[in-house]
Design a protein around this ligand. Structure first.
Ligand code: SF4
Length: 201
């Protein structure tokens, strides 16, 4: 079972395959691993203790950050994630920690979860995908419905109060220049960073 895997200088954590979305572009539809990680489909969700123990197998001095990502939405296991993050920070010299997320944690947990991130998470990277609410719903096919877009933006805004950096991302070549300008404006208004990330197939 692949729980941790390397991507460039980051050590990525794969704790769950659950996700409230079924994105049209989800890489899980066309591959089962990332960067030679081995299959990221989990036979079962690893326990917190198993995840913590996995870090012993790596030379942590090789990594500049730990990233909760994997083949699923990491905040589906928010409390377990935070327990691991706290452990990793304490054990590995306050190493920076990022969550790559669809930004729907507050809908999953039915409350504002952003205060829980304080002191444990440095960066929250959220897939914005599009500046358009309807289009967001069509692309993510999330189980919460069309208002998920607004909830995701509120999450980004609130998270900014508790972590060092919030980044909203879109993928290069998937939007028009006008749409990218709209995304940049949304990010400006929220006081967060906009990043256009490279396309991966
Ligand atoms: S949010 Fe991420 S893991 Fe979930 S379906 Fe979309 S791309 Fe896949």
């Amino acid at each position: 079972m692949v729980i941790l895997y390397k991507v460039h200088s980051g050590l990525y954590v794969n704790m769950t395959n659950k996700c409230p979305c079924a994105c049209t572009f989800c890489l899980r539809q066309t591959r089962d691993e990332m960067e030679g990680s081995g299959s990221l489909w989990l036979e079962r969700e690893p326990t917190v203790e198993e995840v913590k123990a996995e870090f012993e197998k790596f030379d942590m001095s090789e990594f500049s950050e730990v990233v909760f990502c994997g083949f699923g939405e990491p905040t589906e296991r928010l409390y377990d994630l935070l327990e691991v993050a706290e452990y990793v920070k304490e054990k590995y010299n306050d190493i920076p920690i990022r969550i790559n997320t669809n930004g729907l944690a507050d809908l999953i947990w039915e409350k504002d979860t952003t205060p829980l991130l304080e002191g444990k998470i440095n960066t929250v990277s959220i897939s914005l995908n599009t500046p358009n609410k309807q289009r967001f719903y069509e692309l993510t096919r999330n189980k919460f419905g069309i208002d998920a877009f607004d909830a995701m933006l509120a999450y980004a805004k609130n998270a900014k109060k508790y972590v060092d950096k919030v980044v909203l991302t879109t993928v290069a070549t998937t939007l028009t220049e006008d749409e990218e300008r709209e995304c940049a404006k949304i990010c400006d208004d929220l006081g967060v960073t906009y990043r256009i990330r490279p396309w991966e197939d």
